[in-house]
Design a protein around this ligand. Structure first.
Ligand code: ZN
Length: 309
């Protein structure tokens, strides 16, 4: 528990104030975009490593991608239908010297200079597993056992500016992706629901596992969410961070054959694979640990520090 000098539990505002005072999170002037101190980063690394340890022995194939995604993949995935409000795109200047001068003039007055910018082939990666599916598909038909891919902890972007510490625009998502026969993928999902819940409880967090839905856009999105909930395609693990409600720090997602049919992920017999992924929000998990155990990781219980070593 993060306590004040007098031993009282800090309020949300005091917790945020302490994070700022100790420069654990460095505010940048844009909501939801923070720098991180070495201490904060060390806890994040510990969390990332702990997930790696949980997966040890699973025979994961490692892949790492930069935090940008080919725009074509975002278009192919239907992201602009489900989450047009969250997407971040990359534009760049391709004009001549006169336009560069006009752009500079407007920019130096902090006016809108978007008229000088042209769409590029890139968008910001919204989910760390998205680059995995086309990469695996490019490798040809799947082995009978399928594959488990470890894309590490990637920076992901969601355009949802908020002053709330737990809703960052850019944060690390530690993902794992399972691609295989439907029953094997469902087994993997069950395995990880249990592993993640046990892990969160082990590090002292009051974790809960619930069926959940994605923040789909608009009226059509409500139907998608109802469908997702009825089929129990998404589970979230939540822990206390701020306020009275728990905040999701991890999700386990079953896509059935959605990504497999988009990308042609098939076995030698021609049948489609199923896929599932899990994602752990590393900054949220770090905040949850600091809220629970205090802002000085050196003083955390030995069992917690051992798990995050
Ligand atoms: Zn994913």
């Amino acid at each position: 528990m993060t306590l004040s000098a007098s031993g009282r539990r800090l309020t949300d505002d005091e917790f945020r104030g302490e994070l700022r005072r100790r420069a654990l999170l460095v505010e940048t002037g844009v909501a939801g975009i923070y720098g991180r101190s070495a201490t904060f980063e060390a806890v994040m690394e510990g969390c990332i490593g702990a997930i790696t340890s949980l997966a040890a022995g699973d025979g994961c194939v490692s892949m790492r991608f930069p935090p940008v995604l080919p725009r074509r993949e975002l278009e192919r995935l239907g992201y602009l239908q489900s989450f047009p409000h969250l997407a971040g795109t990359v534009f760049a200047f391709e004009g001549d010297a006169a336009e560069a001068a006009r752009q500079l003039e407007q920019a130096s007055r902090h006016e809108d200079w978007s008229g000088f910018q042209t769409m590029t082939d890139l968008v910001l990666t919204p989910a760390a597993c998205y680059p995995v599916y086309p990469a695996v598909a490019a490798g040809g038909v799947l082995d009978e056992d399928g594959v488990t891919v470890d894309p590490g902890a990637a920076y992901v972007f969601r355009h949802e500016p908020s002053e709330q510490l737990t809703r960052m625009q850019m944060f690390h998502q530690r993902e794992l992706v399972r691609i295989g026969r439907p029953e094997r993928v469902r087994e993997w999902r069950e395995l990880w629901k249990g592993r993640l819940l046990a892990f969160l409880l082990d590090i002292g967090l009051d974790a809960r596992l619930d069926v959940a839905t994605d923040p789909f856009f608009g009226r059509g999105g409500r139907m998608l969410a109802i469908n997702q909930r009825e089929q129990e395609l998404k589970y979230e693990l939540s822990v206390p961070i701020l306020g009275h409600e728990s905040t999701a720090v991890a999700s386990v997602n079953y896509h059935e054959d959605r990504f497999a049919s988009l990308y042609g992920l098939t076995f030698a017999d021609g049948s489609l694979a199923h896929t599932a992924c899990l994602g752990v929000g590393i900054e949220r998990l770090t905040l949850a640990l600091m809220r629970r155990h205090g802002l000085s990781p050196d003083l955390w219980p030995r069992t917690v520090r051992d798990r995050l070593r």
